[in-house]
Design a protein around this ligand. Structure first.
Ligand SMILES: [Zn+2]
Length: 51
């Protein structure tokens, strides 16, 4: 199982999104809940890591 490293565009926090499937690489950013901001924000997709 791999995970995505996402960076919140508002607080700059980098965190791991564990998913069982790779998101499409062509998405440069996604709208997702940020655990630090406590709300949905845009996230930059840093990398996908295979474990
Ligand atoms: Zn944030």
């Amino acid at each position: 199982m791999g995970y995505w490293i996402l960076q919140c565009s508002e607080c700059r926090l980098e965190w791991k999104l564990y998913v069982s499937f790779p998101l499409k690489k062509e998405f440069s950013r996604i709208y997702h809940y940020c655990p630090n901001c406590n709300k949905n924000t845009f996230h930059r997709i840093i990398d996908y890591v295979e474990e």
